[in-house]
Design a protein around this ligand. Sequence first.
Ligand code: SF4
Length: 924
Amino acid sequence: MGLTLVTGRANAGKSGRAVDHVVAAAAAGRPATLVLPSHVDALRAREELAGKIAVGVEVTDAGRWIADAWSKRGDGRALVSPSVRAQVARAAAEAAVPLVGEVARTRGFNRALQRLAQRTAGRSLSTARSEGPAAIAVALGDYARRLQEAGFVEPGEAVELLGAMGWGGGAALAFHRFTDIAMFQERAVLFAARHNDVLVAVTWEDGFAASEANAPLVQRFVAAGAHHEHVSTPAVAGELALLEAQLFAPAAPIEASGAVRLVVASGVEAECAAAADEAYEAANVWAPGRVALCFRDLAARRSMIEAALRSRGVPHEIDVATPWRQTALGRGMTALLRLALGDGTRADAHAFAVSALSGVSADQAQTLDVDWRKRRVDEPRLLLAGLSALGGECEQAVALAQAGADEIGDNWKELALHLYAMAVGQAGERSKVELRLDRSAAQSVIDAVQAVTACAVAMAPRELLHALAELEVNTGSGEREDAVLVTEAHRVRSRRFDALIIGGLTANEFPADPGESFARGAESELLGSPVDPDGSERFLFYVLATRARERLVLIRQTEDADGKPVRPSVFWDEVLDLYRTPEQAKEGELGGLSPYRAVDPSMLTTVPPMFSPDRSILRERAATGLIDPTRSRRGAVPLEALVADRGEWRVTEIETYHSCPYRWFFDTRLRLREIDAAFGPREAGTLAHEVVARFYERWLERHESRVTASRLSEAVHMAEDTARRLAEHVRARGVSEWAAVDRALAWARHSVEVDAELFCGFDPVAFEYRFGGGAESHLEFGGVRLRGSIDRVDVGPAGLIVTDYKSSDVKAHDKFESAGLLQVIVYATAARKIMQLPVAGAFYRSFKTADVRGFNGGAVPISAQMKKDDIGTEEKWSELVTWAESAVRDAVAGMRAGNVAPAPRTKEACRYCGARDFCKERQS
Ligand code: SF4
């Protein structure tokens, strides 16, 4: 009994050693199991080894192996499923709000908690030295308790318990082809080795830079007493073998023979076209099933790759993961259930009506939307009634959603299957990949409902919907002998191909930027072991590059879609270095390997224009009015109606009244617009604001943390993309209005650029954060009940920062009173109350000048856009709050009394006032 560690480089012959280990045991009549990383790996190994290994050798995957052991010897609890984990983490995160603040309610925190719960299960945590990780440790303890009460166990804890019991006995086990081993799998190997003959193969060689990421794992196995065998790589010849041997440690320059190709492309569309050309050519040389095409980030260009491959007639299978909530089925189900739960909006209802899953024609959906708009229908119950009245499949879906809102059970499964059936019915209009994702999304719902109904702790429908949103679904193995595999870099796993094409070799894609996040720091501290993301990415590239038997194609963009230069990935340069001398590298010469092909957009005929996949979604949003910066003309409202019986006031109107009573009257009572003016200064501010908010929606979805200098080019690219999408829906007339549109988009873009250096140490957590007006929280301020929408909230160790974006100039806090600026004071007070965090700063931020001025409690770092003068004491803040309270009281009293005489507080008030063209009191 014991552990044998077999190390060696990729393709050194470790597989043979692992197979021999279990075959010999089976021949001797002992139980023998070959354990592989995933179900797909196990299926493939069974096929490869069929007829070659003795009867009696079991081939399984690590998850199944642990689950089998637990089902035989466990304590009756079930291994936790992803949906239950997400839900329990959500409950634990909610309970952690008093400890870590409002950030605990964010999706990023929930994900981090889930990841940590998996990685730390059953293990004692290092004592956290800092406050944040200590609070997370408490949340993890709470998670473990809740999970146990619900009747579930994390695999990591199950492994520890099985290890304490003694894990089987007398068997031979071989763990093979793991490109990375999770901590609980490592522990399982060690426990199993106490009573069995265990062999574990790890890709590693002393001093070999590519495998450095595995050095700590090897050290741990050796320290645990493993017998260490190293399989040396025989002397190699051939370009690909030399590349494998010298990657990250170049020796004499390799002579290029054509086995390694470089392709450069101008823009992402050209890159996809080039990748499809390479796949086409390789599939004609070898069988399509022996060719793979992969990207570090495939999801971002999936539709373009599909279209390019289709147009060239390349049979392909796409294996890609995507969040459940982003599948068509996930979106449709979320929209219906949100409405049925009373949370949905007209945007949800309209999005479902126009989707392929509703069974409703585009005309019907449009007519319904127009009717809702005319009658101002916003109530979820009425919106559902409108959908139901369309009859047929739509009515049935609504009925299932309404039943599902009452309780979790078969109705959820039926709703998922009903929507999937609708998706299948629309298959002609949708790609196979989308359909597979829908199938996987429907299966996730069925699995989640089964897990939840087996759970000892009741779960509310709203909670299950949140848990589902956290799941990832994928298209399946994607492996077919007659199709090129298109997948993400980390999903290529151990399989080898005759031709492997790696795209996306630019600096901002591969290596992937792990980002700087609070959760990642906590993970390192709690586990007592720093994570080495650079080493992991290097190892991933090494494993990928060594999957090619005959041809390796590397593709990168030289410019982005706008023609701006894009830096190559460090791995691109590492490969170039194998073909040139250090002197040539210093001079920037390419050496023996120059790009085999270059593609630019003028050569494209078949790839659809960039960003088309999301256009329909944006149109839907625009149709709901969500992103339309123009405003419809509304009839005048009597002043009495504005002030009578109003229990709640909008903060913006109070500030407007404070700036000039007649300006408020003009804006809120008369509601006039300049004749034929479609896009003015007000709309410019709204558009810039909208771009920033929508940008962050996408950015936080991807990165869960602030924009940093290292990710700035990606951020700017995404901001420009967001701006371009929103600009499609702007209605402007004439040169000056379109110039205003361009100006607004430039403001937004610059604002994102500035974000890389602004508020360092703080992360944005909320945009358009509402209080009052039906939202759960409201604010009593100066004896007046207020509602509002906070443009932006950032959170850091020192508390929260509230930001209000302005098109105009902005002022220091000592000018707040004279200028009548009270919004950020009220917003900061509301955020403080809701999030229970101290106010670190309250700022106005000018789109026009990029200045950020207001109140800085002293903990917000001063960047170029800010001024030291804005630092103020707690007493000063209290004075400002007191002044704002009395200003709010006075304003409401004035409005109630009908005092609407023109009385501008500053010239600035007139500059942005709608009445400026005829007002006699105007100050210029
Ligand atoms: S132009 Fe100036 S004074 Fe006249 S209503 Fe507008 S803000 Fe008031």
